[in-house]
Design a protein around this ligand. Structure first.
Ligand code: PLP
Length: 401
């Protein structure tokens, strides 16, 4: 067993052993191509179809509305680029300012082809305000994209309300639910979503598998061309083992969602309370209540530039957390574009620490993390740490005793 504490589930999650077990038969032995008509092919087809049902059930969709892709990124690209291509015009895409790079870069690509792009502002908590969307909807819009939950600060958007506004204007609505999938209840009908992206590796499934929900009747053009798999929307031989893993992960997440959300929210609140109590200069980021259950972001006022050192110290002490999104890790030291969009100055936007918890985390690990954090913060120059956390000689031992 690993002696490390993994608190970076927003970057990716460890594979659930039950998921691995479901994938096993499709990783070894004779594996058919789901498009083949012989028995091996039929077995593979049946497995993909079963997963389609499992993924559809996670979001209240019909199985025929699920298109498997190779990632959440691809699902996001297909949603936006596919919607614009299907419209036959350069069109107008409206997306929040704090979307993942998979959306923002797709917007840039579309802009290079003449598509008008409008980014919706967010408030200090990271919420898109409906009045901002209403203003954008005054002109003709092809598709609106607002993420269900943010990967950096964990804020959950009022998707139902925002999507409802787009419906009043007869505009397509896409939501990137890669972070929200399996963590909060999602129902495409209640949310009025036409398009919704998911990714298996964020819910204890395998990496390299995603899905796009496409509401029946929604016009979408492919962005990958070939043999016409996935209703012609995503040509390529299906990643059968990955899709089977996605299906199993989606079913487990759906069945355990309520209980798990409660457990993780409990850990999150406990960490938030302890961080604020023990570090006088600590501040929380993101919405105080409308946030993902296991997701906490915070900073230390006046020490924003020390975050790199702090994360290194935590890593050396056996704790994996991150500074914002994994995708921006290469640019560490740069201010977070999400925090800048939320109105933080460049200094504060450098100082984010993201703790994201998952299925296998325990109270012991949470306690151990707090001790390790306390040690690491007190080693920084000019830090005041209130001594209410009992010091452990070897926190790692305590966690795995
Ligand atoms: N959208 C959001 C909100 C994400 O957090 C991520 C991954 O971090 C993605 C999309 C991309 O998903 P994938 O890693 O499956 O390409």
């Amino acid at each position: 067993m690993s002696s490390r504490i993994y608190f970076d589930h927003s970057a990716t999650t460890p594979l659930d052993p039950r998921v691995l077990e479901a994938m096993g038969p499709f990783l070894s032995g004779a594996q058919g191509n789901p498009s083949s008509l012989h028995q091996e092919g039929r077995v593979a087809r049946a497995a993909v179809d079963k997963s389609r049902v499992q993924v559809a059930e996670l979001v209240g969709a019909e199985p025929g509305e699920i298109i498997f892709t190779a990632s959440g990124t691809e699902a996001d690209n297909l949603a936006l680029i596919g919607a614009v291509r299907a419209s036959g015009k350069p069109g107008h895409v409206v997306a929040s300012a704090i979307e993942h790079a998979a959306i923002l870069e797709a917007c840039k690509f579309l802009a290079s082809g003449g598509t008008k792009i409008t980014h919706l502002p967010v408030d200090r908590d990271g919420l898109v305000r409906p009045d901002g969307l209403l203003r954008a909807l005054q002109s003709k819009v092809t598709v609106v994209s607002v993420m269900a939950a943010n990967n950096v600060v964990g804020t959950i958007q009022p998707i139902e309300e925002l999507a409802h506004l787009t419906k009043l204007h007869d505009v397509l609505f896409h939501t990137d639910a890669v972070q929200a999938g399996g963590k909060i209840p999602l129902d495409v009908n209640r949310l009025h979503a036409d398009l919704l992206s998911l990714s298996a590796h964020k819910l204890h499934g395998p990496k390299g598998v995603g899905a796009l929900y496409v509401r029946k009747g929604t016009e979408l053009a492919p962005i990958i061309f070939g043999g016409g798999q996935e209703r012609g929307l995503r040509s390529a031989t299906e990643n059968v083992a990955g899709i089977v893993g996605f299906g199993a992960a989606a079913e487990i997440a759906r069945k355990e969602l309520d209980q798990e959300a409660k457990r993780l929210a409990g850990f999150r609140e406990y960490i938030a309370t302890e961080v604020l109590r023990n570090f006088p200069n600590a501040y929380l980021l993101g919405h105080p209540t409308e946030r993902l259950p296991g997701h906490l972001s915070f900073g230390f006022r006046g020490q924003e530039r020390e975050v790199g050192k702090l994360l290194e110290a935590l890593d050396q002490a056996g704790v994996a957390v991150s500074a914002g999104s994994a995708c921006s890790a290469n640019h560490s030291g740069e201010p977070s574009s999400v925090l800048l969009a939320m109105g933080y100055d460049a200094e504060s936007a450098r100082g984010l620490i993201r703790v994201s918890l998952g299925r296998f985390n325990t109270q012991q690990e949470v306690d151990c993390f707090l001790h390790v954090l306390s040690n690491a913060v007190s080693a920084l120059p000019g830090t005041a740490v209130r001594a209410s956390l009992p010091r452990l000689a070897n926190p790692a031992e305590a966690a795995f005793a």
